[in-house]
Design a protein around this ligand. Structure first.
Ligand code: SAH
Ligand code: SF4
Length: 353
């Protein structure tokens, strides 16, 4: 069985040609999938009946069973646990975009936080996904399918999806090919046409993947999770840091900046008295000084497997002030959906919260 949502436009065209149909039919099919958001061959009303029969017999589309649907008390965050065809489950979060208040249309735009793997092999100590371990990579169709799921829901409300963050379960650069293929499908102008500049890929910092991405011609944003500014401190929190020291990671980041000429976002989960000290702030300042960098500070969200505490607002401010002294801009990521465990690092496969 071919999952049509796994295929890029070019691959779909080749497949349709193999079945004996022209590019015209492939384009119609693509429109059915990504403009009309078809959920099954039955929804493909414009498609020639003989091709439709073929599709119904030999192909599938990404569909999930909704295992849970939780709405946060903040009113702007909704988390879904989606069941895949093999029984694995993944989490997808929809957040209302808090754009400019003077532009009412902004309140109808949303951000989707999507998963790239079921589980994660990286094992960051404070992350619920890391604590559960690695199940498997998601297919391109499963990554795309999460967006189709969100888009259908938003369309029914007269809203639309604007931003995508690959910050759900999993490490996207560990699933490099499938993730990039999904990005190509999502940004294809003939279909969903989502803006690559509105897609942010967040990585734990795999230097080979960052270099590969630097050589690709995609305009997605890159966010690199640091959490420690010395090897000793980072290794305590992020196991892959033992294999790739900061010097190697930062070299890859500099290469990315040179090739792509884009600002890099660095993420820093702030844990009280662990990595929110003045020493770490200065070490981070020295590490990134002179780079086109922006630091996203995320006060730790609670997870069952880690006992650390988030930094209080004063310590967050102090940390940011040190960064500012190195001319490094930073923002604190708004806490969202903590009551439904939809915050950064709280995603895992389970039916209750
Ligand atoms: N694997 C990728 C993307 C998913 S995690 C990565 O690690 O970047 C998205 C972000 O949430 C990362 O910056 C991660 O470090 C952060 N995060 C993980 N657990 C967290 C927690 N308990 N509290 C706050 N942020 C967390
Ligand atoms: Fe994986 Fe990212 Fe969680 Fe680390 S923080 S375990 S890389 S999902």
């Amino acid at each position: 069985m071919i999952n049509l949502n796994d295929l890029t436009f070019e691959q779909l065209t080749a497949q349709v040609a193999e079945w004996g149909y022209s590019q015209f039919h492939a384009t119609q099919l693509w429109h059915g999938l990504y403009r009309d958001l078809a959920q099954s061959a039955d929804d493909l009303t414009e498609i020639k009946p003989s091709l439709k029969e073929k599709l119904a017999a030999d192909t599938t589309l990404s569909t999930f069973t909704t295992l849970s649907d939780l709405e946060s008390q903040d009113g702007d965050t909704r988390k879904f646990l989606l069941g895949c065809s093999d029984g694995q489950s993944i989490e997808t979060v929809i957040m209302r975009y808090t754009g400019r208040r003077d532009r009412p249309e902004d309140t109808r735009r949303y951000t989707a936080c999507i998963s790239s793997q079921a589980g994660c092999a990286m094992g960051c100590v404070f992350c619920a996904t890391g604590q559960m371990g690695f199940m498997r990579h998601l297919t391109p169709g499963e990554i795309v399918g999460q967006i189709l799921f969100v888009e259908r829901l938003l369309r029914a409300q007269g809203a639309s999806l604007r931003n995508i963050v690959l910050m759900g379960m999993g490490e996207p650069l560990h699933n490099y090919d499938n993730t990039l293929q999904a990005i190509d499908i999502l940004t294809d102008q003939r279909g969903l046409g989502l803006g690559a500049r509105h897609i942010t890929l967040s990585t734990v910092g795999l230097p080979d993947g960052i270099r590969r991405l630097a050589d690709e011609n995609r305009l997605v944003n890159l966010a690199v999770s640091l959490h420690g500014a010395t090897d000793a401190e980072r290794q305590k929190l992020v196991p892959p840091a033992k294999r790739w020291p900061l010097a190697v990671l930062l070299d890859a980041c500099r290469y990315y900046s040179e090739q792509r000429r884009r600002r890099i976002f660095f993420e820093w989960t702030l844990i009280a008295y662990e990595n929110d000290t003045a020493e770490q702030a200065h070490a981070l300042g020295q590490l990134l000084e002179g780079m086109d960098a922006h630091i996203n500070v995320i006060p730790l969200n609670p997870t069952d497997g880690y006992g650390g505490r988030p930094s209080d607002p004063q310590r967050v401010k102090d940390f940011q002030a040190v960064l500012a002294s190195y001319k490094l801009p930073s923002t604190v990521r708004q806490r969202r959906g903590i009551d439904i465990a939809a915050g950064c690092g709280q995603l895992r496969q389970r039916l209750s919260q």
